[in-house]
Write a protein of this length. Structure first.
Length: 117
């Protein structure tokens, strides 16, 4: 796994929650393809990463799943669990705050040099 994929794996729950909060419900492969499309192929989520994350979020009570028959096959969809929208938004806000703090550290123009007084 390259460094970019390692960073993606750590953010996967937030990505899933955000996409589901926007689109209502999606299936695993659809989430993978959506991320790939949004990032012009720069971020790719594997099935080996998406499904454990979906199952973990479901076991935590943040997601629900349901099955529909599509073209003669069962397709499992995921959605934010009713009543969990606030917790989902809270998790996304925490990630946004963390990213903002990380940008302050990594952006050399934002680092203040001590002044001689």
């Amino acid at each position: 796994m390259n460094d970019s994929n390692s960073l993606l794996k750590g953010s996967l729950s937030a990505i899933i929650l955000k996409l589901l909060s926007i689109h209502g419900h999606m299936y695993g492969y659809e989430i993978c393809q959506h991320v790939k499309g949004l990032t012009n192929g720069q971020m790719r989520i594997t099935e080996g990463a998406i499904y454990p994350s979906l199952h973990k979020l479901e076991s935590e009570g943040l997601l629900i799943s349901f099955t529909e028959i599509v073209e003669g096959r069962n397709r499992k969809y995921y959605a934010v669990a009713p009543g969990q929208e606030g917790l989902t938004e809270s998790r996304l806000n925490l990630l946004q705050e963390f990213i903002g703090q990380l940008q302050l550290i990594l952006n050399p123009t934002s680092l203040l040099k001590p002044t001689d007084q």
